[in-house]
Design a protein around this ligand. Sequence first.
Ligand code: AMP
Ligand code: TRP
Length: 332
Amino acid sequence: MTRIFSGVKPTGHLTLGNYLGAVRQWVEVDQYRAEALFSVVDLHALTVEHDPARVRRLSRQAATLLLAAGLDPERCTVFVQSHVDEHARLSYLLECTATDGELRRMIQYREKGALARAAGESVRLSLLTYPVLMAADILAYGTDEVPVGDDQAQHVELTRDLAVRFNQRYGHTFTVPKATHPRVAARVMDLQDPTSKMGKSHESGAGIVYLLDEPDVVRRKVMRAVTDSGREVEYDRAARPGLANLLDVLAACRGAEPAALAGAYTSYGALKKDTAEAVVELLRPLRKRHAELVAEPGHVDEVLRRGADRARGMARSVVDRAYRAIGLLPAG
Ligand code: AMP
Ligand code: TRP
């Protein structure tokens, strides 16, 4: 059976980008067609300045949102990365497989590293090695497919390279995975700055739709989305990124084609209004289920405990095999 692994970092509140780019696919398709694991990858939240209490809070919130979105613990494994030691155990072996050159070339390292330096902050070593830990997340489970947004494509490429290299040097150990992306909205852009990705944090948050935003807040953010001074509604990502982003979001909500939708609108205002309502409706059941789950935190903890037990059992044999293959003496 196909094995699927993906994850979300608890570095901020989950966004519409997370949902359309990744989580929706996990909920609607992946958990039904494969043996799937979905993780709140909390170790990855420690690569930049962080507040311990906030990371803890956001980890539980992310797990709750994944369940609220519709991940079914009877069908897939939902767990917190740090509850399973195998990730960190395997990461070190992969650090001994990767080169510093290939890690320094990673786009996210270059961008986030430059930002930290510009702010006068030091860059944590883990920001450089983070894609190796991500490779360990994936390879520990013999993963075939990694459903992610566009921004993670380079990291999954690195994971493939490391798997192939390790297998060539030490004998076949890892499955070589591939990334999968949603057809529409694989990269949702910030509504205020449509040339940059909708990330979990941006100075004002005005361009970010959070999954738990109140309907009126969602409407306001979408209605104020930055577009351009043109008149006709047409789908052109390069020339008219703001408009294209709205069409992508609406198309993703409706299961339609963005270019085809463009023809149905004669004004930006009408497009914004429909997009706002579509997003509000998309998020409505999720918000409701989230509120129910928050009222029973014991349930979420129990799901995570069982998920970690199951994940540990799956990862153990792969990671043990890698330890032997690379030349480490088995204990007793
Ligand atoms: P992160 O929040 O960086 O942990 O991302 C979790 C998942 O959501 C990854 O698969 C990302 O590729 C995806 N994702 C995050 N932001 C966006 C976005 N703006 N558009 C599409 N996918 C996204
Ligand atoms: N790096 C991913 C992100 O920023 C999160 C992540 C960590 C991940 N480990 C993973 C995604 C393994 C897929 C598979 O979004």
